[in-house]
Design a protein around this ligand. Sequence first.
Ligand code: F6P
Length: 341
Amino acid sequence: MRIGLLTGGGDCPGLNAAIRAVVKQGLGEYGHSIIGFRNGWKGVADGDVHPLGRSDIRNVLPVGGTLLGTARFHPHSEDGGLEAVVSTLEAERIDALVCIGGDGTVHAASKVAEAGVPMIAIPKTIDNDVVGTDLSIGFHTAVNIATEAIDRLHTTAESHNRVMVVEVMGRHAGWIAVNAGIAGGAEVVLAPEEPFEIERVVRYLQHRHRAHASFSIVVVAEGAVPAEASSMEFTQRLGPFGEIVAGSVGEAVAGEIARRTGFDTRLTVLGHVQRGGTPTPTDRILGSRFGVAAVDAAVAGRTSVMTALHGDEVRLVPFDEVAGKVKHVPAELLRVAATLA
Ligand code: F6P
């Protein structure tokens, strides 16, 4: 069998563990060929092929990023993109393609599968917002990084009697904000799931600073927005593709807090730091499990399925239960973040 492999969308720690597992399981266990494509779907469209062997995966477990490279490229949105992808897959005699990516990659995979090429997806995104799986590769490491940043900000916040606003990634869901906020003991956590009232945030901080503290940590997900009832003026800065630009809401929240309270306030935008560097053991293990499961699924002739963690088990879920949806933070977790503030 010739099994294709790509990593698409934003990178994250743990991708190399998944690539390594696909190669070890596919080549080592079954004796199949693993044909890597560079830079996600773009590499498939361009025929940028990189056959993977044992030497490619040596010592990659602790290495962040993806050894295959990645790109934000959706073949179905490009003129002739799908045709180019299918033609490369035919020319390379690919029997099944394993795509490691987020919702965009799964969506693209479901379009390519319609052309008859068997597709297996592996979920990755530090945002953890892919539906159908408890965890996506990269999330655990990102929460660790964000928590460490909050811990560090605590000491400088306290020394200077400041309010520290920390903006973390999460355009559509607040998984990093809520988890790192709870783990780091943030006073306020703002997530896209619950539009916030700046008046309540300000009242809370004023009360806290009057009663017993001289510093506070406010964690904001980049996709958080003020509630309609809030008196805060806010226009989200958007990039060329309509995507939320990092720093937009963080800057607005820090500005409002400073203006309304007079507290010395600073903003830290963690940005891509959350996506870089060494993966945690949890992400390495998750990537390894998903890689093995994806190859087993391809060998078993499965198609249009995504590997998924359900409790302690790795299962396969159909694309149509996944594509185009967002996994939001549940109310219980949001409540814990709010209660422990
Ligand atoms: O991978 C998802 C994500 O990390 C989002 O949280 C973030 O907004 C986005 O990627 C940034 O992407 P880019 O690398 O294109 O700036």
